[in-house]
Structure formats: C-alpha cells, structure tokens
Ligand binder design. Structure first.
Ligand code: AMP
Length: 217
C-alpha cells in the first residue's frame, strides 16, 4: 500500500476523506492537528504553549512537530502505509519530512491536493463539529453530514465539540498561512512527479472517488 499525503486548506474535508481511506484500506490516519490537540490537553509547559498557539491559528514550532511525526511514523501500524494530513505545512517541514522518511526507510508515496473555493470553506468552518474521543468530523449545517443526535458522535457516542480555531478570524489567519506556505511544498512534490490534484467542490463521495482512482493507479 502507498503512503498518502493529503494537502488542503482548513475545512476542505481532509479529515473526512482520511477517515474513509483509513476504513477502506486499513491504514492509520496521522493528523498532526489531532496529535497537537491531544498534546494541548496536557497540563505542562508544552501543553500550555500548544494550546495557546492552536487557538490563535498560528503554526506550532517546527521542531516540536518533527519529534511528534517521527515518533508516530516509527510505530508498527505505519509499516503497511499511512495517510498523513497537516504535515508538512511549510517548505522547511517538507525538507525535514524527506529526512525523517530517509531515517525510517519510507518513501513519500502519493501527494494529493484537494482544491476548493474559499467561500465554501468559510461556510463549512462555522458548522464543523469534532468528536472528542475518535476525532470523527461532522457538520451541523449540512443535512447529510450532521450527527443523528446533537453533540453526540454517531460512531462512538463521544462528545462533539467546536474547535477553538473554527471561527472566521482564526480561519482567515489559517487560510492565508496555507496559501502563503503551500505553493513551495506543491512545487517540491510536483518536481518529483508524485503530486495530484482533486476537485474538492463536490460531494464527499465524489471527492473520495477521485482520490480512490489515484490510490488504485
Ligand atoms: P489542523 O487540524 O491540521 O487544521 O491543525 C490545527 C492546528 O494545529 C494548526 O492551526 C496549527 O496550529 C497546528 N498544526 C497542525 N499541523 C502542524 C504542523 N505541521 N506544523 C505546525 N503546526 C501545526
């Protein structure tokens, strides 16, 4: 199985697509955002720093992310492939990721960019809810993506919450950072002929079928 990297702006449906791929191909979904949200719950200097940084929509220091990514990819469940989402976020991280992969003997696999309009993202960000326990993603403003019971996860019964950075102000910051930082990352993987684009302005199933075609290729 190939390793898969997903690149997309905030609220483009990366988490949702990763969840579908994870289920179909039985490979783990590694989201640096999820890992950092777990760290932010810790009552420590690191936990406090990460919590404050996440709420502002700014990026956490690179070195912290490298440690966390390397530690996670070194686990046994990544041996048959994994989906990485949220990393790399800038060109320096892309170079560091190349080194991490060399060190643990993996290759980058395929890189998939989900292209989507900014207006669609703004609408989505307001309604997004996430499970505290299993990280499943819902949208209370979308009929076919709502939880059956308000605030309760359909899959595990966990509590649904709204991310502290899912507001228009933090979104603008995260979106601008995405646009500014990803062009170099995209170029880096285009040059290696491992990068593909999918159209994210359609239904979850339609986006997945484009991704699935690329995985099967
Ligand atoms: P996400 O869930 O991918 O939208 O990430 C949520 C937040 O976690 C981001 O706004 C950053 O503050 C932080 N974060 C996630 N991935 C990274 C990364 N690769 N480098 C630095 N900060 C990150």
């Amino acid at each position: 199985m190939k390793n898969i990297m997903l690149i997309a702006p905030p609220a483009a449906g990366k988490g949702t697509q990763a969840e579908i791929i994870e289920k179909k191909y039985k490979i783990p979904h590694i989201s640096t955002g999820d890992i950092l949200r777990d760290v932010s719950k810790e009552n420590s200097e690191l936990g406090n720093y990460v919590r404050e940084t996440l709420s502002s929509g700014n990026l956490v220091k690179d070195e912290i992310t490298y440690e966390l990514v390397k530690e996670r990819l070194s686990k046994d469940d990544c041996k048959n492939g994994y989906i990485i989402d949220g990393f790399p976020r800038n060109f320096e991280q892309a170079l560091a990721y190349d080194n991490i992969l060399d060190e643990i003997g993996y290759n980058v696999g395929i890189v998939i960019v989900i292209d989507i309009d900014k207006e669609t993202l703004e609408k989505r960000i307001i309604g997004r809810r996430i499970c505290d326990n299993c990280h499943a993603v819902y949208n209370i403003n979308e009929e076919n993506h709502k939880p059956k019971e308000e605030s309760i996860c359909d899959k595990c019964g966990g509590r649904l919450y709204q991310r502290s950075d899912d507001n228009i102000e933090a979104f603008q910051n995260r979106y601008n950072t995405y646009i500014e930082k990803t062009s170099d990352i995209i170029k880096h993987y285009e040059e290696r002929h491992v990068l593909y684009h999918v159209n994210g302005n359609c239904s979850i199933d339609e986006v997945f079928s484009q991704i699935d075609e690329l995985i099967k290729k």
